[in-house]
Design a protein around this ligand. Structure first.
Ligand code: ZN
Ligand code: ZN
Ligand code: ZN
Length: 166
């Protein structure tokens, strides 16, 4: 990754995704150990399911997958696990899609800026302090106090654009 403001780029379809999932779970375990949080088997499994693909996944898809595991899960179970994962930065909620995506760098708190491909649904996450600062300043000038700042931008990723041209 050349741009340090990019936390998670659009992944090529042929990358070693097993390694991505393993790394995400490893980081989550380490962060939970350090902050004395409990990464229960259910929370861990939900995190793993969110990481199945680099695209946002809905709570009901997660519920289906958990039931597929043979767990007796209901919607509150899933939402409680998701709340934990979102609160601690392991997962981000994409409001415009009502879905969740894994974060590659949960170690530090950040304002995510998301690029969402309208064709393949893959998501890239940026964290450019210059963008956050500009928004904060503009908001301040209007007397507005920001409580949470998440930017969601929709468009077409590079791979989908290339495919559209051929
Ligand atoms: Zn991957
Ligand atoms: Zn993030
Ligand atoms: Zn795409």
């Amino acid at each position: 990754m050349t741009d340090k403001n990019v936390l998670s780029d659009f992944r090529p379809n042929d990358h070693n995704h097993e390694a991505c999932i393993a790394a995400a779970l490893e980081i989550a375990s380490a962060v939970c150990r350090e902050r004395e949080l409990r990464l229960t088997p259910l929370r861990r499994r939900v995190l793993e399911l969110v990481w199945q693909q680099h695209m946002p996944v809905g709570a009901y898809d997660l519920l289906d997958a958990l039931r597929g595991d043979g767990r007796r899960a209901d919607p509150p179970t899933v939402y409680r696990a998701l709340d934990f994962l979102v609160e601690n930065g392991f997962v981000h909620r994409i409001e415009s899609l009502n879905a969740y995506v894994g974060c590659g760098e949960p170690e530090h708190a950040h304002n995510g800026q998301f690029l969402i491909c309208g064709n393949c649904s893959r998501v890239a996450e940026m964290e450019d302090p210059a963008i956050s600062k500009l928004i904060r300043e503009k908001a301040n000038a209007l007397g507005f106090r920001i409580s949470q700042q998440t930017i969601e931008v929709t468009g077409l990723c590079g791979e989908c654009r290339e495919r559209a041209q051929t």
